[in-house]
Design a protein around this ligand. Sequence first.
Ligand code: ADP
Length: 609
Amino acid sequence: MNRSPTDPSTARPRRPRWRSLALLALLLAPLLWPLQLFVERYYSHELLEQNRQTLDLYTANLLGTLRRFEVMPPLLGDLPLLRAALLNPQDAQGIDQANRLLGEIRQQTGADVIYLMNPEGLALVASNWDQADSFVGRNFAFRPYYREAMQGRLARFFGLGTTSGKRGYYFASAVRDGERILGALVVKVDLDYAETLWGKTPEQLMVTDANGVVILTSRPEWRFRASRPLDIAERAAIVDTQPYPEQAPTPLRLRPGAWLTLDRQLPETGWTVSILAPRELVDRQVRTAMAIGGGALLVLILLLGLMMLRRRHYLERIALDARARHQLEQRVLERTRDLEALNSRLKEEVLEREQAQQELVRAQDELLQAGKLSVLGTMSASISHELNQPLGAIRSYADNAGVLLDHGRVDDVRENLTLIRELTGRMASIITHLRAFARRDRHAPESVALQPALDDALALLAKRRRAMDVELIRDLPEATLWVQAGETRLRQVLGNLLANALDALGEKAQPRRLWLSAERTADGIELTLRDNGPGFGPEALARAREPFFTTKTSAQGLGLGLAICDSLMRALGGELVLANHPQGGALITLRMRAAIPGVTPQSPEDSPP
Ligand code: ADP
């Protein structure tokens, strides 16, 4: 089958679109970068904002605590009881009273320790006078706050308690008697407590002092480590004032970029409060967002792919349908073409057949014509032969008679005339037979009684039979058998058949027998004539019905008897069957239609000529 260029069946299946989808994914992937930036910025901002609030809160808290205690040393320094204790250090009662007073005040204010030093730095009175690690009697002259207070300034200092080891913030101011400085009053605030305020959050707290050393932190391992390099002066000061457990703080190295830091300066203390949020917090959010974004993108691409796939399937189905339709149309077209071809072939065949039929009819006509002519020829030849012979004989007898008359031989002439009469009789017989033959089918059959017709025929031949001494054996029913026939024609047939039998028996010695039998069968009436003559020779059996076929001499037979009998029987709707009896001799069967008995009107044609 030739395919046209537009034939859908030639369209090649499309290649999978996954490559273009991957390309699309690649094109869309950079969209994730701004998303990442945005999410990062957003969450960083959120975190910092949140931390700023926490930091503000914490700073306010810390400052509040410190400020609460900041005002205490100048106020307490004005208390007469304390001033008296400095003025009279040997007054044990006064000292005791002062100790108790500081103890009470500490209790009420929540300070860690409150103590009073004389100008040499020796603690005379302390709120923890009654405790094992009492400050009373201990010298704190090495502390910078002591020096500053003795110079009349309000001193602040961060440091570890030398006996407690606890981190504290020290406020100190001078106790004066007029212009004279009697000593210094120190309030120590517990900072360990400030550290415990920080909850267990991922965000870490870090308070660094003026040296950049971590003094408070939620991460114990960061404590007392230097957040920045220390210069020589700072190191010397640390050795001098011993604010930390170690004299040389180890540096704190935080992984760069690991923390989001927010600082708040506390100018009055020189501290920096920092809140450090692990960047991981933001990263985690970014990762989640990116996963969601990536997932969404993937889903989008998959959906797109699915849509493309469905579209492709749809297009393929359409193409398939079109192909199937096209094929169907093609098939229908081919089929139609075939049918048309078949149709025209059929028409041709019909035409040919019609022509053949016509030719056949024509040929049959011609054949018929030829047959007729041939029969006519044969018959004319036979007839002219049959008639010429006696005619020739008659002429010669007549000529002879003339000569005999001249010689006066009257008796011989008479004999010749007798011969001529016989010959004309024979010629008349031939013509009679031919007339019967020609007339055979002109009359409708009528009811004829079989036995009387047979008796008539036998009667005509009775003399000859007796002369030949032929024994007649009859086997006929008593009741008359009625047959459809013409009476004359039936008698003619029976006469012919009986004459033939006698002819055949004449060729044979005694005993000569003739059997006659008749019976009613399912189809009609059957009459059989059997003789014990020589029977039909093979050629005679095949050709006996042909006109002018005879095995007899021309004087004996014309060869028209059986031809006429057969023709008459057929015209009457009956049948003439020729055969030989198994025990020898001819066996001739006449099958006739049975008739309803009744008077049959005689036709003029049937009357004897
Ligand atoms: P014909 O009697 O003039 O010869 P038929 O037509 O009556 O003509 O018979 C044709 C031939 O059939 C005869 O010549 C004869 O050979 C054969 N034939 C007819 N009847 C008998 C018979 N009963 N027995 C033997 N042969 C017969």
